[in-house]
Design a binder for this molecule. Structure first.
Ligand code: HSE
Length: 405
């Protein structure tokens, strides 16, 4: 019998208990042992809950109990979650987590602690909710040199953008619906400003490079500037707007960024809608492979945590290899990154646009709209574009968007 403790009885933590209970037979069979949730740690009481008898408020009870060999950390944050994770690993208890913030901030240190104490720190649920992506990178694609990872990594923003695109929905109402469905972070800023996707691409980039990609150094833009009018242009161009998290090897170093992008209908991520996430991985031998599924929500995320628990049981006393060194990856400055850009200007700004950007622009007009028009630039660096775009002053309207190649 393997005894487990769940830290945090919120959306994901209660999902972990539910997955273990509802899929008891299959989970136990695949683990090769019977699993039992012995403790649930939470500050709150849950009177009448079927697992009320397992609730504890003191982490010491879990730490001191030698019967507990696996801890599921579904608390979130980098405060108590960090301390409890450290203490659990130092006591030789494996930790399975959905906490991307903690993995992105302290990943290499916690992996090293796990190695030192012959246990594991696993984090499949930290990226892409229920989508298997960490294990494919760690196990299945180990023969590959990964050249790029492009992901739709935040369910809340993808849900909002899809509703805006297909239903012309109002931003505030869609965000509220995402929160009610349990997709959004407690602080929605983390979703809509791109911070959540930033942490997730930091984790994937670190696994891609084998070095530490510090999320604080990743250029990050959210979706708050995207307007309904941008979707009208996107439709006119046969494109969609997605919040992409990108990591790519270049000759000058690793590019990592998060931003809304226009993507055309042929792009593999074009039809990834709603709460679904997808990760497109390009390896130098395999070429493209894509991983798709529910990127947020209670049971999909909990399922990924429980898959890690099963992996821990199968590898009891052995360390599962994970190549993520503490040394910093070599990130290139956003200024040097090249894209095509889309921007909108007020009617009558044609000469200013031409004087700044030259002749190589493609003009986009919405039928019957005489107030403004859009342009697509040739490939240029972020710095070149920012210099020209900044000089448009009041002629520019809305935000500018990048085009994904
Ligand atoms: N808020 C996150 C999302 C939850 O919307 O994708 C999963 O990490």
């Amino acid at each position: 019998m393997i005894k487990i403790a769940v830290l945090g009885y919120g959306t994901v933590g209660s999902g972990v208990v539910e997955v273990i209970e509802r899929n008891r037979e299959t989970v136990n069979k695949k683990a090769g042992e019977d699993l039992e949730v012995k403790y649930i740690l939470d500050l709150r009481d849950f009177p009448g809950d079927p697992y009320e008898d397992r609730l504890v408020h003191d982490f010491g009870r879990i730490l001191e109990d030698d019967e507990v060999s696996i801890v599921c950390e579904t608390m979130g944050g980098v405060g108590a979650a960090y301390e409890f994770t450290r203490q659990a690993l130092c006591a030789g208890k494996s930790v399975c987590t959905s906490n991307k913030e903690l993995v992105a901030t302290h990943g290499p240190e916690l992996l090293e602690l796990a190695r030192e104490h012959d246990c594991n720190y696993l984090f499949e649920a930290s990226v892409g909710g229920g989508i298997p992506i960490i294990r494919p990178l760690n196990y299945c694609l180990t023969a590959e040199r990964i050249e790029s990872i492009t992901g739709i990594l935040n369910g809340t923003t993808n849900y909002i953008l899809s509703k805006m695109e297909y239903e012309g929905a109002d931003y505030e109402n869609v965000l509220k619906a995402a929160q009610e469905k349990g997709y959004a972070e407690r602080n929605p800023e983390a979703d809509v400003e791109g911070y959540d996707a930033c942490r997730k691409i930091a984790i994937l980039s670190s696994l891609m490079t084998g070095k530490n990609v510090d999320y604080r150094k990743i250029y990050t833009e959210g979706i708050t500037g995207v307007e309904p009018r941008d979707f009208e242009y996107a439709r006119q161009m046969g494109m969609s707007i997605k919040l992409l998290a990108v990591s790519r090897e270049t000759k000058d170093g690793t590019l990592a960024m998060v931003s809304p992008f226009l993507i055309d209908a042929e792009h593999p991520l074009h039809m990834v809608n709603g709460v679904f996430n997808a990760v497109l991985v390009h390896g130098n031998m395999l070429g493209d492979s894509m991983y798709y599924g529910r990127g947020a929500g209670k049971l999909p995320t909990a399922s990924a945590v429980v898959s890690d628990v099963i992996d821990c049981v199968r590898h009891m006393g052995k360390v599962i290899m994970c190549f993520w060194d503490a040394c910093d990856a070599d990130l290139i400055s956003i200024d040097r990154v090249e894209h095509r850009f889309f921007f909108r200007v007020k009617e009558g700004s044609e000469n200013t646009v031409k004087a700044l950007f030259g002749d190589g622009l493609e003009e986009i007009r919405l039928p019957g709209d005489v107030r403004e028009c859009g342009y697509i630039t040739p490939v240029m660096t972020e710095k070149e574009f920012a210099d020209c775009y900044g000089r448009l002053g009041d002629s520019a309207v809305g935000c500018r968007l990048r085009l994904e190649a």
